[in-house]
Design a protein around this ligand. Structure first.
Ligand SMILES: C[S@@+](CC[C@H](N)C(=O)[O-])C[C@H]1O[C@@H](n2cnc3c(N)ncnc32)[C@H](O)[C@@H]1O
Length: 146
């Protein structure tokens, strides 16, 4: 588990499996070897990242995932439903001020610019606002030893 937030240590301790918690900047995972993780999961991480930072974090995502490794990202978006969108617009300044998050990030477009990554599925978890993006790193899974 990688997080920039110290409070994640509490959650990690409560987990039912063993969790190795690293405090890292997702745009600079230099001490993590390439092709290291089977999975990369992030919730509401890219919606706090600017257009300048997203390509850096996605390039690191692509680097640290093993070939055929999978990723899941949950992001928030502006709804297409006028009433809901109106409410989101009303709260957008608060959401950005408190969480740094925005509804108009271009994560899917930035993903398309990463040649090593392929989006395999997108679906909504809540109305048309919480977007689950699933994908994988191109390449063959390494052979298991033995
Ligand atoms: C909107 S919060 C989401 C927190 C948590 N993932 C969740 O779903 O409740 C965004 C989180 O991204 C973290 N964050 C922002 N930029 C980051 C970066 N470059 N590297 C690692 N974490 C970052 C912030 O510290 C914050 O905890």
């Amino acid at each position: 588990m990688i997080s920039a937030r110290p409070c994640c240590a509490k959650r990690a301790r409560k987990a039912s499996c063993s969790v190795h918690l690293l405090h890292r900047d997702a745009t600079r995972l230099e001490d993590i070897p390439s092709n290291h993780f089977d999975w990369y999961i992030a919730t509401f991480l890219f919606c706090v990242m600017s257009d300048a930072l997203q390509p850096l974090a996605l390039a690191e995502l692509a680097r640290v995932l093993k070939p055929a490794g999978r990723f899941k990202l949950i992001e928030m978006r502006f709804s297409e439903q006028p009433r809901l969108r109106w409410r989101q617009k009303l709260f957008a300044p608060f959401v950005e001020a408190v969480y740094g998050a925005r509804f108009d990030r271009r994560t899917l477009e930035h993903l398309e610019d990463q040649p090593q990554l392929r989006v395999t599925r997108t679906s909504f978890l809540k109305a048309d606002t919480y977007l689950l993006i699933e994908g994988l790193k191109r390449g063959e899974a390494p052979d298991l030893p033995g």
